[in-house]
Each structure stands twice: as C-alpha cells, then as structure tokens.
Design a protein around this ligand. Sequence first.
Ligand SMILES: Nc1ncnc2c1ncn2[C@@H]1O[C@H](COP(=O)(O)OP(=O)(O)OP(=O)(O)O)[C@@H](O)[C@H]1O
Ligand SMILES: [Mg+2]
Length: 342
Amino acid sequence: MEGENKMNSEKLVKIFKAFIEKNNEAFYKIAWEIIDEEKRKKHHLLATQLKRILTENSFASNINYTPQLPPIPRDNEKGFRLLDVKKFFMDWNDAILAIETEETLKQIVKELQMEEILATYGLKPKQKILFYGHSGTGKTLSAKILSSVISYPLVYVRFESVISSFLGETASNLRKIFDFIEKGKWVVLFDEFDIIGKQRDDPTEHGEIKRVVNNFMLMLENYEGNSLIIASTNHPHLLDVGVWRRFDEIIYFDLPDKERRKKIFEKYLRVLKKEKNFDFDKLSEKSEGFSGADIEQTCQEALKMAILNGKDTVSLNDVLNAISKQQKRIAAKRVLKYERTY
Ligand SMILES: Nc1ncnc2c1ncn2[C@@H]1O[C@H](COP(=O)(O)OP(=O)(O)OP(=O)(O)O)[C@@H](O)[C@H]1O
Ligand SMILES: [Mg+2]
C-alpha cells in the first residue's frame, strides 16, 4: 500500500511538472501510465473517464491533444495554442443555405472523394477555398459540416491568435501552422481571415503585417499537402486582389431570403409545440435582413420567454417580440461597427 502511494506521488509530481513545462510528450506518457495503472487496479470507471478526457478533443480544452496527432504548435512568446483540432458529426441538414452555395460545397466534397480517379486524368480536387459573406450566415458552420461529411478532422485557426503582439512572432506562427497541416488530412479553417487579408498597401497597416500577408499567400500557394484549406471572412472588400487569385473556389454566403428565413425559423423553433394560428410566413416577413445566427438567437429568446412563463407552447407573439428585440440588437451592432471602422 505504501509502495503504491509512493508510486502515485511520483507520478503526480511528474505530471504537474510536464504540464507546467508544456511537455506534451511527457504529459501523455505519464497520463497513459496512470490510466493503465487504474485499469490494473480494476478502477474501470475512472480509467474510462480519464481516457475520455485524454482522447476527446475540444476547442475549449487546454491540453487538447491525442497521441495520434502531431504536437499542436504554440506561440513562442505566450505559449498559447495556435490551432485546435476537433471532430464534428454534422450533416447538410444542419445549415439552410442557398441552393447554389450548397451545391458548390457538395461539389468540393465530391471532388475530394473522387481524388484518385481525378488523379488518373492529371486533375486535382479543389483545395483552397474562400468563404465570404455577412456575419452569421453559416461560414464557420459550413466548414464544420464539410469536415463532418468528408470525415477529415477540423483544424481551427483563429487569426487573431496568430497575430502575436510580438509581431516578429507572427510569421513564425504561420510557418508552424503550415508545417502542422502538411502532416495530415484535415479541413483547415483560417477563421476571421480579414485580419491578414487586409489591403497590402493600406497605409494604416503596420509594415510587419504586410510582410505577414505576403508570407501567408506564399505559404498558401506553395502548400502541397492533402488538406482542404478554407479561409473565412465577412469583409471581402478588405481583401487584396492577390489574395483572391490564390483560391480555387470563392463561395459567397448571402443573407437568407424569405423562404430560407422561414425554414430557419422552423428549424430553431422545433423544440416546442406552437400555439394555434402560428404563422411562419409572418415571421419571415418581419425578419427581413436577419442572418441565420440572428434567427437562431431570436428563436432562443422566444423559447426561453415561453418556458420561463411556464408554457409548453410558443406563441406567434413570443417570436414577434423577440424579433423586435433582435432588430434593436442588430441596429446597435451596426452603430458599434461604424464607430470602430471610421
Ligand atoms: N444558414 C444557416 N442555417 C442554419 N443555421 C445557421 C445558418 N447560418 C447561421 N446559423 C446559426 O448561427 C450560428 C453562427 O453562424 P456561423 O458561425 O456559421 O456564422 P459565420 O458566417 O461564420 O459568421 P462570422 O462571419 O461572424 O464568423 C451557427 O452555428 C448556426 O447555429
Ligand atoms: Mg465564422
């Protein structure tokens, strides 16, 4: 018993040290030893629980890494992760998109699935895609769906974190990301790409950022791995012409029209029964200019209002009230954006 305790305390010291020193390899080695030991002691529940923590990836987790992945690159100065890897299990029904948008996305999947056949004709599937369009129209969502449908894990790169406050680090951060993505088959999402795609000759931009943009474009051009690379932005006017040319496909995500808004309301109000005379057409009429994300937020608001009032149905009025609230929120956001831009 005493020997066992000694062994445990040694492992505890080691695992704490590995974590603080960000020594992934040592951390995983000890973690797996602990799991094996718990299994030996027939603590199956605990062993399973620990294993799950170790192998299930999440954007939120700090030590999110599975042994089969190459080490996740980190920023040198601050040590934070430059990307996250996650698996999704979604399908085309999770987004209500314009027919052309959905068809273009499906075509990308088809080309990847037929990669070998295309290769026999000297052809390659599309690999570098730009998503652009209004905020909340399903760009990030579609990247997750693509990743699910073709079963490549999603590598998520938030540009804000790549642009280090130590600007010299930024180019090296990018290099590390491209080195990582060359090692596997992923859907790589460079989300909120605007920060790097800003006009290269914009006088307000720092010279270093311009260098980084050039650097990114070169890396994108030279990329020869097997991943599908998606860059996403809602400021296409900020993108330099050179950036556009480097993509095999550019996909526009528009705000939903009346018919699509109706479908999105139906989707997000599904969880509660509707009161008599509930009119979805009225909702889509009243929500002109709403994005998919706006409609989702409106529906959540209405559902909460109904549930908190002890009802098991949602009324047309609940949703109409939530629409008015959302309209105010959208107007406030516009003012904020305007003030920030000019
Ligand atoms: N077309 C859509 N169909 C169904 N749900 C949608 C749609 N668009 C957005 N949503 C909902 O809104 C959420 C946010 O959308 P998403 O993150 O994909 O927006 P985005 O286009 O990436 O916006 P941003 O440019 O601000 O990053 C989604 O997770 C989804 O729940
Ligand atoms: Mg997004």
